[in-house]
Design a binder for this molecule. Sequence first.
Ligand SMILES: *[C@@H]1O[C@H](CO)[C@@H](O)[C@H](O)[C@H]1NC(C)=O
Length: 129
Amino acid sequence: MASFKFGTIFIATLAWTLLLVSNGQIHVDEGKHPPVGGWKKISNLTDPSIIAIAEFAVEEAAKVNTHTSSLTFKRIRSGKYQQVGGINYRLLIEAQRAEEEKPKLYAAFVFVGLDKSKKLIYFRHVKNE
Ligand SMILES: *[C@@H]1O[C@H](CO)[C@@H](O)[C@H](O)[C@H]1NC(C)=O
């Protein structure tokens, strides 16, 4: 008896929901579906696919600044990513020029498309914290 009641309520609720949806009275919250937005921490900074993104950023930046000596990627200090159809990556990269004693810190923003193509959005020197 209890299960019959539950079933009836369930079907009634479902029918009501479908009715509301078909009337266009329920609007999907576009901010939540699909989940786009939140920046998440990259936990494994030695993951080869993440390293490849950082190296790509350093190489692309070198193409723009051909007048300076070449920059060598050292390591990723921290990183975040955001799902946006493709994936946005914000990385703090340590890189060093031959004449420098120590690596410097750079902030890079790379977009990786669904087709895996990479695009450097920005790459700039930031102060070491
Ligand atoms: C990070 O990724 C590297 C390369 O895939 C792997 O060898 C290492 O075990 C990973 N570390 C952690 C903490 O998952």
